[in-house]
Design a protein around this ligand. Structure first.
Ligand SMILES: *Cc1c(COP(=O)(O)O)cnc(C)c1O
Length: 418
């Protein structure tokens, strides 16, 4: 079984594929075949490479988080700093690839859905840079909730289209964006926000994100003279995770961990742990594990981190789960908040709430693996977007409770010298 690449029809094992209307299928087949040519084209490769370096600021460093490691009291923790990318997260990696592809295909406009607005902002950025129009479909509820990101998209020149159907959130935005795409496939192209959706999106987005894993493997070998014992990443749709994992899939000594959002608990309806709580089925044009009712309708999901708040998960992850190459586990809201404060206080790095799930898991894993082992975490984004929410809903004093083995409170009092 090839765990690294999809077959010609876009299947990773039994997952993935393309369950879309015939007209859309035709266009996506065309995109897939053009992409196959372009990804080997030296001009395209050079352009993308140059943008990654001079615009995004790649390579992002691998940083040894010594104080966090000491607080965790076991293995050493290292961070792949995707939070330092222009726009503050890993999403710019696939947005640049997608918009550059659009430009080479002669498209005039890129379109996409967005939930919290992070993908919308990254895509609007890439579209501004490369001179393409950009339409972002966003549920009316989200437009109201995520005002700063709506403003960012508008400043960057994108059109934000408020979707008023259904629950007026992400799912309806996806439907509206696909409808708009079908209306004009000649001038537009859909740029999806993760390793999800019909073929070829999961493979394309994975390719664009795999730079993270390639860099991290090289950087780790260079500075530590060995590979990490474990690699940890948070999983929403799964793009940042597959990006870093793909650098280590052949390295049998490297254990891989995907961390899903357990929200308020796996035994409550308030989580988005698709791999643990989901069943197989077709969602948004591809086969995967997703959280569903008896009729196969996707159920509402929840996470404190809006970027992890998706009922399904990318097809390659489903295969990596079934083959056992990657272990999928979860972290709760509360664990993520503790990690958010811990990384801020111990390392001066405010992580995105999504990334905080990976940090929280790494702290627990560090204790389990013990001294002398090394854990690499994909720090997928920075937390500036989350500071109002966190400080309003989770006041700092409440979180000076336990942290890791040493005790977070004890560690804080050591820092402050009191
Ligand atoms: C969107 C987002 C995620 C989740 O998306 P994946 O496709 O699972 O990577 C994770 N971290 C940050 C910072 C994000 O913005």
């Amino acid at each position: 079984m090839d765990i690294k690449n999809a077959d010609a029809n876009g299947y990773f094992g039994e997952y993935g594929g393309s369950y879309v209307p015939e007209a859309l299928k035709k266009e996506l087949d065309y995109v897939a075949s053009e992409y196959e040519k372009l990804r080997k084209d030296p001009t395209y490769i050079k352009e993308l490479d140059e943008l990654n370096r001079t615009y995004t600021g790649r390579p992002s460093p691998v940083y040894h988080a010594k104080r966090l490691s000491a607080a965790a009291g076991g293995a050493e923790i290292y961070l792949k700093r995707e939070d330092l990318n222009h726009t503050g997260a890993h999403k710019i990696n696939h947005c640049l690839g997608e918009v550059l592809l659009a430009k080479h295909l002669g498209k005039k406009k890129v379109i996409a859905e967005t939930g919290a607005g992070q993908h919308g902002v990254a895509l609007a950025t890439a579209a501004a840079l490369l001179g393409l129009k950009c339409d972002i479909y966003m549920g009316e509820v989200d437009v109201k909730k995520e005002a700063p990101n709506v403003l960012r998209m508008k400043i960057l020149g994108a059109r934000v289209i408020s979707v008023t159907e259904g629950t007026r959130t992400l799912k309806d935005a996806v439907d509206a964006a696909f409808r708009a795409y079908l209306n004009d496939t000649e001038n537009q192209i859909y740029c999806i926000g993760s390793v999800v959706g019909p073929h070829p999106f999961p493979s394309m987005v994975r390719d664009f994100q795999s730079i993270v894993g390639r860099e991290a493997r090289e950087q780790f070998l260079e500075s530590e003279n060995t590979l990490p014992d474990a690699v940890v990443a948070c999983v929403g749709g799964g793009s940042n995770a597959i990006g870093i994992f793909s650098g280590f899939l052949d390295d049998e000594s490297v254990a891989l961990y995907g961390v899903e959002p357990a929200g308020r608990g796996l035994n409550t309806p308030y989580n988005a742990a698709s791999m643990t709580k989901g069943k197989k089925g077709i969602l948004h044009g591809f086969k995967c594990y997703y959280i569903q009712d008896e009729k196969g309708e996707p159920l509402p999901v929840y996470s404190i981190a809006s970027g992890l708040d998706y009922p399904g998960v990318g097809p390659q992850h489903c295969l990596l789960h079934d083959t056992g190459r990657v272990t999928y586990d979860s972290a709760t809201d509360r664990e993520a908040i503790e990690a958010f404060y811990a990384l801020s206080r111990l390392e001066g790095i405010i992580p995105a709430l999504e990334s905080s799930h990976a940090v929280a898991y790494a702290v627990k894993l560090a204790e389990k693996l013990g001294k002398g082992k090394r854990i690499l975490v994909n720090l997928s984004g920075r937390g500036d977007k989350d500071i109002d929410f966190v400080t309003t809903n989770y006041p700092i004093s409440e979180y000076e409770g336990t942290f890791g083995k040493t005790g977070y409170k004890e560690f804080l009092s050591q820092i402050s010298g009191s």
